[in-house]
Design a protein around this ligand. Structure first.
Ligand SMILES: C[S@@+](CC[C@H](N)C(=O)[O-])C[C@H]1O[C@@H](n2cnc3c(N)ncnc32)[C@H](O)[C@@H]1O
Length: 456
């Protein structure tokens, strides 16, 4: 006789109800367990949300869910991470002795449960009951199912707290933004990164037409912006390769190279290829370099969909030797704090001490990039970080150690609609509240730094 499967299967439809017994799972429970596991990867600093969704062995059971439940699990994890500071404070306020040491998924269950009750349209009793059931089904958290029930009922009874600027940004990061940009701008950055981002597309041609066809708006820099919903691959123009997804701020650095038609351009740290696509679409002969063969393969697939081409080289850009090019674009690995709006887990996964290590790598990459530019050619350096050590200070230090390099300041007419991003040194520094729009869903951008340099 075939017996029903026993025990726990992440994302499956069965869970352990007691020794040797298995019953059909409560509807919605698998989705909550997956959401808690996605968030747990971030709380334990073991996996980013994207990594949990992409890793082959599917550590959270995400792929076992159907499409609707996947969307819900992702939404719960996303809202939780966007509100994590507030949710952790609320949970801590209900726990006299703090979180139990061996609670397994307990913290993730509590914050995802509270997020659904306070910030999503999930009835509070459903959010609490499913959180308690998720705790019962976890081998460690089950000892604290009663505690989970009491904590969540208390949080629900109090309701959502008033918004406090910076409450959902990790303390170390908010303190940095306050020091760097001042308290008012830091609060505006925090508010902007707390909102759901729009979907930004770089189009090969005809931004106005594509904005009309897709029901979005064309930004003055040429990016087409839509309110995100559903699968990107289902949107008109995806399969014919008319556009690719790229934040409006991420599309600025390649523009700084100006007219590159027919020029040879080396794109360092190129994968997954958003900037390579821009360079190739502008008519350059592009060599895309990345140290990850797997990510370069994804770049080639992306370019193939777009009907664009570039040569690819798997190499460490810090030691690459190649024939110098007319221009080089270096999009260096960085703390990525400027992408907090799209990746609300960034600050929770990183430590402040990571920044110094990244800055050292960026300096090596910059020195190598300078060597790869023909005399008289241009180098654009960029990072998706809000931290000056990775941006402004990095270029200041390069100028001080290499007399061959000088800044070619960005000009306002090159950045229509975002002229305020040009600083007194001629560097480009976008902040998440740039690209304002009356419809809040269409406002904002990633925090990027870019500098254009001439190598003599
Ligand atoms: C910020 S992402 C680049 C995004 C890309 N430029 C785009 O527009 O789509 C950073 C990339 O740098 C690559 N990378 C990191 N260190 C590198 C190195 N030393 N040499 C070459 N590539 C590197 C990573 O594999 C990753 O693909």
């Amino acid at each position: 006789m075939n017996r029903p499967p026993q025990g726990r299967s992440f994302g499956g439809r069965r869970f352990q109800n007691g020794p040797g017994r298995s019953q059909p799972e409560v509807p919605g429970l698998a989705t909550r367990r997956v959401a808690a596991r996605l968030v747990d990867g971030v709380l334990s600093r073991t996996r980013s949300l994207d990594a949990s969704l992409e890793i082959e062995h599917d550590p959270c059971g995400f792929r076992a869910l159907d499409e609707r439940d996947r969307a819900l699990a992702r939404a719960i994890a996303g809202v939780t991470l966007r509100r994590l500071g507030t949710l952790r404070t609320l949970v801590a306020g209900k726990l006299e002795k703090g979180l139990p040491k061996k609670g397994g998924l307990l913290e993730a269950i509590l914050v995802t449960g509270a997020a659904q009750a306070l910030y999503m349209q999930v009835p509070a009793h459903t959010a609490v009951d499913l959180a308690v059931a998720t705790a019962r089904a976890d081998p460690d958290a089950r000892h604290f199912a009663g505690l989970a029930n009491a904590v969540l009922r208390g949080i629900v009874a109090d309701g959502a707290p008033p918004e406090t600027p910076g409450a959902d940004v990790p303390g170390w990061l908010y303190a940095r933004w306050t020091r760097t940009y001042g308290p008012e701008a830091a609060a505006r950055i925090a508010e902007s990164v707390g909102a759901e981002p729009a979907l930004d597309l770089s189009v090969k041609a005809g931004p106005e037409q594509w904005a009309t066809r897709l029901g979005g708006v064309a930004l003055p820099t040429g990016t087409v912006r839509l309110v995100a919903s559903g699968l990107v691959s289902a949107l008109e123009g995806f399969s014919e390769g008319a556009w690719w997804v790229q934040d409006a701020a991420a599309a600025l650095p390649a523009r700084l190279l100006g007219d590159i038609e027919g020029l040879r351009v080396i794109d360092l740290c190129a994968a997954p290829g958003g900037k390579t696509a821009q360079l190739a679409a502008a008519g350059a002969e592009v060599v895309a370099v990345d140290k990850s063969a797997e990510r370069l393969m994804r770049l080639s697939q992306n370019l193939a969909r777009l009907g664009l081409s570039a040569a690819t080289t798997v190499a460490d850009a810090a030691t690459l030797s190649a024939e110098p090019a007319d221009a080089v674009l270096l999009d260096a690995p960085c703390s990525a704090t400027g992408t907090t709006r799209r990746h609300p887990d960034v600050g929770w996964l990183k430590r402040e001490s990571d920044i110094a290590g990244l800055a050292r790598v960026q300096a090596q990459l910059l020195d190598s990039a300078v060597r790869l530019v023909k005399p008289g050619g241009l180098l654009v350096y960029c990072v998706c970080s809000l931290e000056p050590e990775e941006g402004e200070r990095q270029i200041d230090a390069l100028l001080a150690r290499n007399p061959r390099v000088r800044v070619v300041p960005a000009r306002p007419e090159e950045l229509p609609g975002v002229e305020e991003a040009i600083d007194p040194s001629g560097y480009v520094r976008t902040l998440p509240f740039h690209f304002p729009h009356e419809d809040r869903r269409l406002a904002g951008c990633d925090g990027f730094f870019a500098a254009r340099l001439r190598v003599g």
